[in-house]
Write a protein that binds this ligand. Sequence first.
Ligand SMILES: Cc1cc2nc3c(=O)[nH]c(=O)nc-3n(C[C@H](O)[C@H](O)[C@H](O)COP(=O)(O)OP(=O)(O)OC[C@H]3O[C@@H](n4cnc5c(N)ncnc54)[C@H](O)[C@@H]3O)c2cc1C
Length: 419
Amino acid sequence: MKEGRIKVGIIGGGAAGLFTACQLKKHRKDAPVDITIIEKNPVLGKKLTLTGHGRCNITNRKEVSEFKKGLHEAGNFLYPALKEFGPEDTVDFFEKDIGLSLKEEDNNRMFPVCDSAEVLRDTLVSYISGNVDVVCGAKVLDIAKTSVFEVYTTKGNFSFDILVLSCGGSSFPETGSAGDSYMFASGLGHTVVPVRAALAPVKVDKKAREFTSALSGVSVNANASLYYEGSRSASSEGNVLFADFGLTGPAIMELSREIPSGIADMNGWIELDFTPFMSDEQIDREFQKMIDEHPDTKVSTLASKFIPASVSRELSSRAKVTDLYAQNFTRQNRKALCKEIKHLELGIEEAPSLDRAYVTRGGVALKEVDRKTMGSKIVTDLYIIGEALDIDGISGGYNLQACMSEAYMVSKSILGRSS
Ligand SMILES: Cc1cc2nc3c(=O)[nH]c(=O)nc-3n(C[C@H](O)[C@H](O)[C@H](O)COP(=O)(O)OP(=O)(O)OC[C@H]3O[C@@H](n4cnc5c(N)ncnc54)[C@H](O)[C@@H]3O)c2cc1C
């Protein structure tokens, strides 16, 4: 801890900034720190109130070694922080310190019992009230480092000894996170890994839209694989939701981070396999059995044994077998329908948009940040957290937990605590 009173500025009062303020408040005891949050929105945590479809999936109660896999390439970077402050610590913090009970849903996802992200945000804000100066409606325009950090905002200028940069990423900019973190970080000498959308819906091309819009609102389990330039680059299994513009749902959102920005010129498509549990040969054998057992049944009805009837109708139409009865279901017809069921190709029109992405892939290069403190290795007394960093997680509470773990490490480092 430095000598005298220390002024800590938290730039951006979203999830990461708020969590940091909470951790500083919890642990500071009589440490001489003055904490200020500067937020450009009129309120703190605007994006937080949208999370989990308004219910806030705050964390995922998996073992830390399992949890880190949900953070892709950044799992190892964040491992020490997760070990010190993992999902169980988040649950404890909310239930014991904040007084907000959580509940566990499928796949270990944790939500507040009240099912309200707004209540969760308000509870956090109440927790820091009186302990942290909150300056809302102040957009930070520039940051300069002299012996202190000079912060220039639309509501006047501030100077801080320690700065926590938590202005978010570039996704869902209507919530305030419009990429300013990257501008400030690169202005201070950091490298920014180019950003792109993650956890985003995917717009398909005109021809594919005929199919997806006919099924708009229908969801189905499938394996989704991404192809471009002739080869498969990634795949994801789970729920796929059809929409007028294309595809969404967990399996597609998961895949979206792998779609490169130049996809429009790379002949990219998503292949859907509606029966990942059966091979092409198994489907064909099943069809042959059904032909014997139900010769007078329409082919599209037979196919609805494996897939929802509405999807079966559309696939049968694509395979040109709509009016066919089982007794006339030739080998060639079966092959055509099986191709649609297991290898449906939907062309991608463009790279997923950051405007609708839940998180941003890319950001401040992790090699320039100390994973034990979240402190910059380039600028003394600067900390960088949240989506400003090159970290993005899968859906299920991983992104907010990353913010919680990072916030804990920052508070520990600022307060000079050993644990
Ligand atoms: C619709 C939606 C649902 C989501 N659901 C979940 C979920 O259930 N679980 C989960 O784990 N993750 C979820 N996420 C992801 C999660 O919300 C983010 O990962 C998380 O909010 C990132 O926190 P952050 O503090 O880095 O950024 P943000 O929460 O975006 O906060 C950044 C803050 O900085 C402020 N700011 C930006 N620029 C300036 C400036 N120049 N001056 C002053 N202030 C500035 C912004 O106004 C904003 O308030 C969801 C995201 C979206 C969009």
